[in-house]
Design a protein around this ligand. Structure first.
Ligand code: DGL
Length: 266
């Protein structure tokens, strides 16, 4: 039994979709969420830069006494998971393996579609993770960089967002994919719109729930779960602009978001 908090980090506030899934599955666990709002977005940045930022955050979280780290950001997971695991004294879980597992479980034979930031798609991390489970599946990928600013703007159901989505997703519709992996923290907020554009025959996979399940399994396997009945605290720390994080973050997570701290890294 271990009452220490779980560390969760993202390039900004999108990772709150993963944090929410962890709160729901593990209501007895405390967490520290770090959003690198000073340096967001990670999507267009080079693998080396994303790795450097991610390692800085890891060391800060470990210094706060976390017992496990969840990399909620797909781009960080794609570029930095191996380096983070090498340097971390505590277990580190990313969002790509759980998302790939959920996609393989959901497909009727593919192809599987994957959408994400430019960095995540260029890294080929999703096709690698999917092929590690099932080598024969075809994977079709498209980078959708405009989705992140549209979500940050709160344009979840706007006609402009639908037009952008139709343009991005056209090649995946033409390939007749049966599963679409939402390979970016922000995309679950576009689920209704993306479902409408893709049509009924396509299952949308959001790695947040599957990641929370993986966190629960690791806590049990490594006997790290918090003792029952303890005090549960959720801390939120960002590298810049706490008021905006609080305001936009409420769309991701609701009223639980209060008392955001600011901590500059780098
Ligand atoms: N958190 C990033 C991801 O999941 C999206 C936002 C960004 O580009 O930093 O890939």
């Amino acid at each position: 039994m271990n009452p220490a908090p779980i560390g969760i980090f993202d390039s900004g506030l999108g990772g709150l979709t993963v944090a929410r899934a962890i709160y729901e599955r593990l209501p007895g666990e405390s967490t520290i969420y770090f959003g690198d709002t000073a340096r967001v977005p990670y999507g267009p940045k080079s693998p080396d830069t994303v790795r450097r930022y991610s390692l800085e955050i890891l060391h800060w979280l470990v210094g706060q006494g976390v017992k496990l780290v969840v990399v909620a950001c797909n781009t960080s997971t794609a570029h930095a998971l191996a380096a983070l695991r090498e340097q971390s004294p505590v277990p580190v879980l990313g969002v790509i393996e759980p998302g790939a597992r959920a996609a393989v479980a959901a497909t009727q034979g593919g192809p599987i579609g994957v959408i994400g930031t430019a960095g995540t798609i260029a890294s080929n991390a999703y096709p690698r993770a999917i092929h590690a489970i099932s080598a024969a599946l075809r994977v079709e990928q498209v980078a959708c960089p405009l989705f992140v600013p549209l979500v940050e703007e709160g344009w979840f159901e706007y006609p402009a967002t639908a037009l952008v989505a139709e343009e991005y997703l056209r090649p995946l519709i033409a390939q007749r994919i049966d599963v679409l992996v939402l390979g970016c923290t922000h995309y679950p907020l576009l689920k209704p719109l993306l479902g409408h554009v893709m049509g009924d025959g396509v299952r949308l996979i959001d790695s947040a729930d599957e990641t929370a399940r993986a966190v629960a399994a690791t806590l049990t396997e490594q006997q790290l779960a918090a003792p029952p009945g303890g005090q549960v605290i959720h801390r939120f720390v960002v590298s810049d602009d706490a008021p905006r994080f609080q305001q936009v973050g409420a769309r991701f997570i609701g009223e639980r978001l209060s008392g955001v701290e600011v901590m500059a890294l780098g």
